[in-house]
Write a protein that binds this ligand. Sequence first.
Ligand code: AQP
Length: 336
Amino acid sequence: MKRILSGMQPTYQLHLGNYLGALKNWVDLQNAEPENENLYCVVDMHAITVPNDKLNLEQATREIAAAYIAAGIDPKKSAIFPQSAVGDLHAQLMWLLATMTQIGKLNRMTQFKDKAGKNAEKAGLGLYAYPVLMAADILIYNATHVPVGEDQKQHLELARDIASTFNHRFDKEFFTLPEPMIMGAATRVMSLRDGTQKMSKSAESDMSRINLTDTPEMIADKIKRAKTDPNPLPDTVEGLEGRPEAANLITIYAAMNNQTKEQVIAEFAGKQFSEFKPKLSDLTVEKIAPITARMRELLADVSEIDAILKDGAEKARSVAEPILTEVKDIMGFWRG
Ligand code: AQP
């Protein structure tokens, strides 16, 4: 049995990258391996690492939970909870782990460099320490597997590193080294405006991403205007090399339709984008519209979501509490 843990930040709306790179895989995993224990949190404590005056954290947390449920995460099979509802335990473990995290390793984290930009001196300690909290989010449950998009691979490696430092220091195989699960055809969905940039919630242009809340008209318009090149689609996957926008659209199609890129290329080889894009639009709308509709229903009366989050938090706490107690015992804290 695997113990699966993953999460998403309640910052803005989820997009196709979050869905294809992570959420869809969580649902597939939940359904394919019913024996697993699944913990899916809304990582609200990470959402405050970059200042955002417009963010309504409570509402955004419910929206992410609604997206999980609407996409197929079943609260009977998976605990869904806000990180902050178990935040006392996550934050306490984070501190303990911070004492065994080397600054040199944090300095190498590319997400910090990207998000802090040129103004790194002014960035908050929370943004810098984010990967240690993420390690605590995983290790507080002794999770065995963490399904994420490719951009989180480096943070996962750090979590494994911290777990291994703890085990060495206290000479005990206590923490399982969590395995990243980078699944599906679309491990890194790129911007619709620039195939070399990751599709991201915080990118300025809304045209660069497809949000899970976009209407069919918006989806069609964004795909129609997505950047491409003048050539027809190639007849081999290798032919996508050096064509980042074409590669991205083929990847999105493949992931959405549970196909390989080879299968998509076989179907569309030699075709113009003017023929491919409407097919991609129809497929995207077909898959996303039911999720959007279910999200709206759930958000119309938040009592159901709140009850699910409360239940999930209780379940998560019951797993985390004994683990934190054991960590503190191993480290030699007074217990009374
Ligand atoms: N473009 C992407 N392609 C594939 N997977 C992606 N993920 C994010 N973007 C892509 C995966 O989605 C999960 C949740 O991500 P997150 O909410 O924790 O934040 P993030 O990775 O920082 O996502 P964004 O959209 O890029 O947010 P901002 O713009 O706020 O930084 C993770 O599993 C992630 O890998």
